[in-house]
Design a binder for this molecule. Structure first.
Ligand SMILES: [Zn+2]
Length: 104
């Protein structure tokens, strides 16, 4: 997954073309530091801080989207556990059938 997809904050920022360590706010066109040129070491903290101070409406949208993504993740986790449960049940059932057919 790319960083752009990972965080909804990228809806409101563009990576700076001239400086790889910076991002530009799409709303007020100000550039903010990501802390590093290396994508792995970059932080979105400055961008979040900027939105929360200057573009609060957008910041709320980001928070909302983030919590939706979390809900989605939790739901996916629940579904997975559910599936494991059913698989286990099915395994038990087929063991039972196996035993019955051989009358063990
Ligand atoms: Zn801004």
């Amino acid at each position: 997954m790319s960083q752009r997809e990972k965080n909804p904050i990228w809806q409101y920022f563009d990576k700076s073309i001239t400086e790889t360590s910076k991002a530009v706010c799409k709303i007020c066109s100000k550039s903010y530091s990501l802390g590093s040129h290396e994508p792995k070491k970059q932080t979105l903290h400055g961008l979040k801080l900027h939105l929360s101070k200057f573009n609060y409406k957008e910041y709320r949208q980001v928070l909302k989207r983030l919590s939706e993504l979390n809900d989605f993740k939790n739901e996916a986790k629940l579904k997975r556990t559910d599936l494991t449960y059913h698989c286990n049940k099915r395994a038990q059932f087929s063991r039972l059938l196996f035993r019955q057919s051989f009358q063990i």
